[in-house]
Write a protein that binds this ligand. Structure first.
Ligand SMILES: NC(=O)c1ccc[n+]([C@@H]2O[C@H](COP(=O)([O-])OP(=O)(O)OC[C@H]3O[C@@H](n4cnc5c(N)ncnc54)[C@H](OP(=O)(O)O)[C@@H]3O)[C@@H](O)[C@H]2O)c1
Length: 240
């Protein structure tokens, strides 16, 4: 059973809205140390928080972080980006950048920290999204759907080694990622992280942090028209 008491936690994207909560709440739950990893690390004014330079898209940076933080028992793959262009006409570079950060970043971190996690019987949390299961996020959805698959594949490989792999799925949450968007109801980052850590400490495989996410997940077994009402008439047309 994973516990955060005396754990050594590494959080990527630690300066972000959810990242700061992952850092603070790990300490509140008794972690001995938290590596607050960021592209631009900052001083947290707390002896138990160790700032660490880490760009998840840079293999040298990931290797260096893994070499410095060999005592890590819990990795939180939280760093992520959102680009809003369409798959058909938006910049291909934006689609690639999301794959590099949201998918390959998490894969790379998990690979390089796997020896430490295996040695400590540790855990990995991958912060995916409700948009892993709903394509309205376009390129972002593609990257998070792939992260869902990677999370499941890592779990199959690492569970026999005593490493817990937890996928976290959530809908709109009130962080800088959604700055400038008009969204009527958003999760509070503190609530999401609390649910994720509850899932971690109860050995869950997945955390579905809100009702929207649970509804979308259930809809996966239905006809595509259930999740995508705009396609309903075309679906009917195709079925004729
Ligand atoms: N907010 C939502 O509605 C929502 C919903 C579902 C899932 N999520 C996921 O939750 C996670 C956290 O996002 P958030 O909502 O807290 O957004 P956020 O406040 O924008 O935080 C994202 C963090 O990721 C960091 N980051 C981006 N690229 C990076 C890279 N190459 N290397 C290292 N760090 C990098 C950013 O660092 P800089 O400060 O250097 O830019 C930032 O601190 C993401 O994976 C996101 O996809 C968010």
């Amino acid at each position: 059973m994973t516990t955060l008491i005396n754990a050594v936690v590494l959080v990527t994207g630690a300066n972000g809205g959810l990242g700061q909560q992952f850092v603070q709440q790990a300490l509140n739950r008794g972690a001995a140390k938290v590596y607050a990893a960021a592209r631009t690390p900052r001083d947290w004014g707390n002896d138990r928080i160790v700032p660490l330079q880490l760009d998840v898209t840079d293999p040298t940076s990931v290797r260096s972080a893994a070499d410095q933080a060999t005592d890590v028992t819990v990795v939180v793959n939280n760093a992520g980006i959102l680009r809003r262009g369409s798959l058909t006409e938006g910049p291909l570079a934006d689609i690639r950048e999301q794959m590099e950060t949201n998918l390959f970043g998490a894969i790379h971190i998990t690979r390089d920290f796997a020896p430490a996690l295996k040695a400590h019987g540790g855990a990995v949390i991958n912060v995916a999204s409700v948009l892993s299961w709903l394509a309205i996020g376009k390129g972002y959805s593609v990257s998070k759907a792939a992260l869902w698959a990677a999370t499941n594949a890592f779990r199959l490989e690492l569970a026999p080694e005593g490493v817990q792999v937890l996928g976290a799925y959530l809908a709109f949450t009130d962080t800088p990622m959604n700055d400038g968007m008009t969204i009527p109801e958003m999760n509070r980052p503190a609530d999401v992280v609390n649910e994720v850590y509850d899932g971690l400490e109860s050995d869950a495989h997945e955390v579905l942090a809100d009702e929207t996410t649970r509804t979308v997940r259930e809809g996966l077994s239905s006809d595509v028209g259930v999740l995508y009402p705009a396609l309903r008439s075309e679906t009917t047309e195709l079925q004729r």
